[in-house]
Design a binder for this molecule. Sequence first.
Ligand SMILES: NC(=O)c1ccc[n+]([C@@H]2O[C@H](COP(=O)([O-])OP(=O)(O)OC[C@H]3O[C@@H](n4cnc5c(N)ncnc54)[C@H](OP(=O)(O)O)[C@@H]3O)[C@@H](O)[C@H]2O)c1
Length: 426
Amino acid sequence: PGVLFIRQTHCNEAAWTKRTIFSVPSFPWEISPSALRSCMSAWVIDQYGTDGVLKYTEEMPVPSVGSTSEVLIRVHAASLNPLDISMKGGYGAKLLNLRRDPMSVMAGASEFPLVLGRDVSGEVVDCGSDVTHVVPGDEVWAAVPPWKQGSLAEFVTLTEYEVSHKPKLLSHTEAASIPYVANTALSALVNAGGLCRDSASNKRVLITGASGGVGTFSIQLLKAWGAHVTVTCSQNAEGLVRGLGADEVVDYTAGDSLELLEMMEKFDVILDNVGGETEEWATGLLKPWSGAKYVTLVSPLLLQTDSMGLLDGMLQAGLSLHNKAMQNIISCGVFYRWGFYAPDGPALDEVSKLVDAGKILPVVEAQFPFTQVPQAFQKVENGHARGKTVVRVVEDDDKRAEGLGRTRRSEAADSEQEEREMATQN
Ligand SMILES: NC(=O)c1ccc[n+]([C@@H]2O[C@H](COP(=O)([O-])OP(=O)(O)OC[C@H]3O[C@@H](n4cnc5c(N)ncnc54)[C@H](OP(=O)(O)O)[C@@H]3O)[C@@H](O)[C@H]2O)c1
């Protein structure tokens, strides 16, 4: 059955009544929510900044299916990534605005009000005429590209290609913790790192910054593919990463971490989630002259286009990538590459199978109701992630998986959540 919202007055959530319909084939019930409702609740920014720019509104226009390949999704849960914190401050604005309006046809148009939030788990409510993979009523998950309006809203539109059926065993809250880090890790490990399900077996992979969103997903994916996984993280994350399958764990806060890594057998692939100084020593840990690859997720591209402008920034970033790649290939025969998130629904279909097979667990460190999005941002901004921070957009999300203990949670996450709940009650 579909769910239809019938509009009674103007843009007031309380004035909507919910009516369940059963296979009514056509008019009047097959009208999309965007045709029936004009406004939705969302967290938006109207300007870039650090404090106080996030605003709750009930006046955000409901997006509509704008092309024949688009899908309108009712968001049940969203999650936050470090990118949301950076984008709130204006990070990447120049390049993302170019992607939003490549021909600059919308002269004078602004990206504001801008909705952040890169992950969605929810339900399809409307589809363009060419969409064949999903139908209204399907439960889906997706990573929302940063150049599109995000998922901290009641509805979001995506193309069919970006959307995938959500794993059946996960609640929406759990499912929302995976898509953006999964699409990023897969793009980095497969496209830049040259690994895949069939080639990863027994490959030695090092993941730096393994206790966060990308790392906790990557450990599980690589173990499902049969790789040998070494990670770096803080000492208090060791239990979490070992529980996810890491074979070797190096505490980067101990003074001897580099010596420990140098004593190990060399690696085929390094996935660097930390950047900065790490890349100065990491390439030396790769097997020389063997096609080994260093892939960093921390590239200067967007920072440079922000500070230098599109043309100079891209030239400067391209030059620095070229120089590092040449230097590494000439001196020790290893590849130096940048990894980026890439939208990919079919890749999420594969992840969904691994989740339903119990090979990948969601790692939800903290969850917040939709009313507490600023607190969720603060949590992510504080750093030291142990998995993901999720926002429950719909509170009636089912709890089917939570009782089964499928979500991997660190002890620190449990006690933090308890403290937060007590603070809210007080
Ligand atoms: N290029 C792209 O398209 C793309 C896409 C996604 C993410 N990213 C970037 O990739 C990075 C990882 O993303 P994420 O979502 O996993 O971030 P995250 O959830 O914030 O996780 C980062 C983790 O690294 C740990 N850490 C910090 N410094 C470390 C160090 N020196 N050595 C080892 N571990 C360290 C942190 O814990 P402790 O501080 O407690 O140790 C935290 O657990 C971020 O910089 C993000 O912006 C890029």
